[in-house]
Design a protein around this ligand. Sequence first.
Ligand SMILES: Nc1ncnc2c1ncn2[C@@H]1O[C@H](COP(=O)(O)OP(=O)(O)O)[C@@H](O)[C@H]1O
Ligand SMILES: Cc1ncc(C[n+]2csc(CCOP(=O)(O)OP(=O)(O)O)c2C)c(N)n1
Ligand SMILES: [Mg+2]
Ligand SMILES: [Mg+2]
Ligand SMILES: [Mg+2]
Length: 336
Amino acid sequence: MRIHEIGEFGLIDRLTQRLQPPDTSVIVGIGDDAAVTAYAPGHHVVTTTDMLVEGVHFRTDTIDDRSLGYKSLAVSISDIAAMGGRPRHAVISLALPVAIDVERLEALYEGVRDVCVAYDTHVIGGDVVKTDGPFVISVTLLGEVETGRALLRSTARPGDLVFVTGTVGGSAAGLDYIEHGKGLDVSPDTSDHLLRCHQRPEPQVRAGRWLLASGGCTSANDVSDGLASELNEIAKMSGVRLVVQAEQIPMHHAAVSYAKQRGRDPLDWALFGGEDYQLVGTLDPAKAGDVQNLFAKEGLPLTIIGRVVEGRGVTLAAPDGGEREISPKGYNHFAE
Ligand SMILES: Nc1ncnc2c1ncn2[C@@H]1O[C@H](COP(=O)(O)OP(=O)(O)O)[C@@H](O)[C@H]1O
Ligand SMILES: Cc1ncc(C[n+]2csc(CCOP(=O)(O)OP(=O)(O)O)c2C)c(N)n1
Ligand SMILES: [Mg+2]
Ligand SMILES: [Mg+2]
Ligand SMILES: [Mg+2]
């Protein structure tokens, strides 16, 4: 069905029908000039926004519409997780080429509902406009964090340990598989994992909440542009140098085995690929053991990959003792 058959308001009705009902934090939801929301006492509001543009962030051959809906919010939920917060309310704006099928947008909103249910988030409004350009999805997400407790990029200190949650490199491996992997003999387990990493990233809200609660996390950032870029952000904003051991960087065996089939170094995907939506940051060395025990008890993977020293920049150390500088190369929208 074409959008002109139901009009702007018909479309909004069809899409918002797919969302979960609002909770008591939504005082005025979809339907009025603006939404009114309540936040828990003793909390600050955490706000983040990101755009996804067809051709830049996705194509119809790289992701299905329902996963795209899921991922559109997941990338913003990840930023709230990196602040140690809880996601609460989302605003979604769509710039739509007039020929786009309504059914595609309905599938998109089923994915939006899936991720909202999984992360206890409510869509409280949005906007739809037509465009002669590409399909654009813009998400603004509001969350909450205990007053004065947000995890920052700027507070790592010499002596701290560097950690990363989960595994990295899987999303870039997934995109490579979509674009180049079809003729290769890749096991279903491997392709399932890589596709899931790229198309259905799971933002690390629980990890962020435990990092905050532990009192042992001295800085955090989420991995959207690649580990190299995110580590450099922490180093720059904290005025320190991070020394990372290459062989400690956690990569899933699916990404490692697929890289071998492609004749690629999986470490390049981990460092420079991006879209892993894991958390990277630093721990107070006196509390790092407790944080590791806590994460083990909660079944949340966390790996120590290096340490913080005086200076600036990021060093990658190899097992043979060799060291090289890791520039903030990664996904950069305006790189040459
Ligand atoms: N057009 C803009 N106007 C104002 N602030 C912006 C703009 N684009 C990005 N920022 C801010 O710059 C910072 C870094 O952005 P970005 O690298 O996109 O962060 P992230 O990778 O976590 O999404 C954020 O605080 C973001 O809000
Ligand atoms: C078709 C397609 N090409 C390339 C990519 C890879 N890619 C696009 S944007 C991006 C980085 C993350 O997006 P960005 O807008 O920089 O998010 P932010 O850092 O603001 O969170 C990556 C790795 C992709 N996902 N899909
Ligand atoms: Mg951003
Ligand atoms: Mg971020
Ligand atoms: Mg980016």
